[in-house]
Structure formats: structure tokens, C-alpha cells
Design a protein around this ligand. Structure first.
Ligand code: ZN
Length: 226
């Protein structure tokens, strides 16, 4: 009996560290690798400042849009950048979406999910963004006709997370060259939407474009799931 206990302990001395190494080699959620010494999450909701209204009216909003500027809010949130440091981001969202999104971005921050950029007027293509008064974009499948219907972004009730890392795709295609490596969703890299992100949006009732049938919009979350 004593001999078998000693043998088991000896085996553990050899095997247990190996098991620990094996466990550590399994990819961990981003949160586990992110420094915990981030400042507390900060968030604010305010009416659109005049310069932002002017900028929106020049580029992303026009008369005839389904949502008046007065219905939109500037949502400021803390986020974790690709440098794993805390940053201050801004989104323009519908007044109805502002509080739920505060809660979503709080969760993403606590989990250390990395976000590349968050500027309400940037159009560089890699920004996490919300409001834009435009039609829904047609699927990248060849021959798909224009939608001629408002995008949920035109209501300020949709958010696109890290568009390069989370492409809009159909028929195995994307219109954005830098997104091509990210069509492979089984190879997980920083900034790609994962179960933490989907869960954060689901907690306020928002749906994910990555769950659509056929065409998938991996960056896209919206209040009504469209
Ligand atoms: Zn979108």
C-alpha cells in the first residue's frame, strides 16, 4: 500500500509538470492573457456635440435618413486596444441603444477583448463603428442585386466590431483584401469575434451577423439581429 502511494507520488513528480505544460499550451481566452492592471471602465452618453453633428451631416447623414440627428447620441467607452492598453473610444448610436451598449462594452473591457479603433467619423475601414445612414450592403456573392433597404446602421442600432478581422462574406468571398486571411474562422487571432463578444451582445438581446445562414457578416451586431 505504502509502496503504491510512493510510486504514485513519484509519477506525479514527473508527470504533473508535463500535464501543466500541456494545459498551458492550449489557447486561452484573450482575457487570460491580458494584463489586469487596467483602469476602471469609463463610459458616458451625451447629445451629439455640434462639431460632430456637422461632421456627420457632411459624410454619414443626410436629409431623408430614417433617424434624425436629434435621436442619436455620442457614446464614449473604455476599450482594450491591440497594444493591450486602455483607450477611449467613441461611437454614434441611437438613444435607445446607448445604455445597452454601455453594458456590452463594459463586458468586452472586463474580458480584455481587443479592439483596433473606435472613431465615429473615421472611414479607414478598420474602425469599430455604428451609425452610418446607408443601404444594407449586398452579399459579396457574384450577381447579388443591391438591397435598396436601410441598413440597421442607418438607425444607429448596429455595431461593426473590428471589420478587417471579421469580414462580411458570402460564397467564400469578401470585397476587402486585408480580410481574406480572416475568412478562415477556425484559426483564431486577436480581434476576431469569439463567444465572449457574442455573449456580451446577446446579454442585451442583440443578434450577430456571423450566425446568419449563407452570407455571414462576422463584424455585425444589431438590436433586431438583421
Ligand atoms: Zn454592420
Amino acid at each position: 500500500m505504502l509502496a503504491s502511494i510512493l510510486r504514485a507520488r513519484l509519477l506525479c513528480l514527473i508527470a504533473c509538470p508535463l500535464a501543466l505544460v500541456a494545459l498551458q499550451s492550449i489557447p486561452q481566452p484573450a482575457a487570460a492573457r491580458t494584463p489586469t492592471r487596467l483602469p476602471p471602465f469609463h463610459s458616458e452618453i451625451q447629445s451629439l456635440p455640434t462639431p460632430l453633428q456637422t461632421g456627420l451631416a457632411r459624410r454619414l447623414w443626410h436629409p431623408g435618413c430614417p433617424t434624425p440627428l436629434s435621436q442619436l447620441r455620442l457614446l464614449t467607452v473604455s476599450y482594450v486596444g491591440f497594444d493591450r492598453q486602455a483607450h477611449r473610444g467613441e461611437l454614434v448610436v441611437n438613444a435607445d441603444a446607448a445604455r445597452p451598449l454601455q453594458s456590452v462594452f463594459d463586458r468586452l473591457y472586463q474580458q480584455g477583448f481587443r479592439i483596433r479603433e473606435m472613431h465615429p467619423l473615421d472611414s479607414a475601414g478598420d474602425d469599430t463603428a455604428s451609425f452610418e445612414c446607408r443601404d444594407a450592403v449586398a452579399s459579396p456573392c457574384p450577381g447579388t442585386p443591391p438591397t435598396h433597404s436601410w441598413s440597421e446602421h442607418a438607425y444607429g442600432e448596429a455595431v461593426d466590431i473590428n471589420p478587417i478581422e471579421n469580414p462580411y462574406t458570402g460564397c467564400g468571398r469578401t470585397r476587402v483584401g486585408p480580410s481574406i486571411p480572416y475568412l478562415n474562422r477556425s484559426h483564431h487571432r486577436p480581434g476576431m469575434v469569439n463567444s465572449v463578444v457574442v455573449g456580451a451582445f446577446a446579454s442585451v438581446g442583440w443578434g450577430w451577423g456571423g450566425s446568419w445562414f449563407g452570407t455571414k457578416d462576422y463584424m455585425h451586431f444589431s438590436a433586431n439581429g438583421h
